[in-house]
Design a binder for this molecule. Structure first.
Ligand code: SF4
Length: 83
């Protein structure tokens, strides 16, 4: 791991969990484009931004998901309500 990797790299479920709900191809794409890229890239990751804002990040949040933090909270609440 180099210094430029995302500061969440060791704890992020997308990187560390083998059955995280993305395909191998998608995961490799995200690793290249965000997690293992420059700081300017991973700072734009929606999982990074969500973790900074909420202190956690639900699995449905992907690095390039086009949702605001408010929309992510609403979706998370809906999923919890449906359980
Ligand atoms: S998915 Fe986002 S938060 Fe997770 S390690 Fe990659 S860049 Fe960081």
């Amino acid at each position: 791991m180099t210094e430029s990797y995302c500061t969440n790299y060791q704890s992020c479920r997308l990187v560390q969990v083998s059955d995280f709900p993305v395909s191998v191809t998608e995961k490799e794409k995200y690793l290249r484009a965000f997690c293992e890229a420059e700081k300017s890239a991973w700072k734009q990751c929606k999982r990074y931004i969500t973790k900074c804002s909420l202190g956690f990040c639900p699995d449905f949040v992907l690095p390039d998901i086009p949702l605001t933090i408010s929309e992510i909270i609403d979706k998370f609440d809906e999923e919890e309500f449906d359980k």
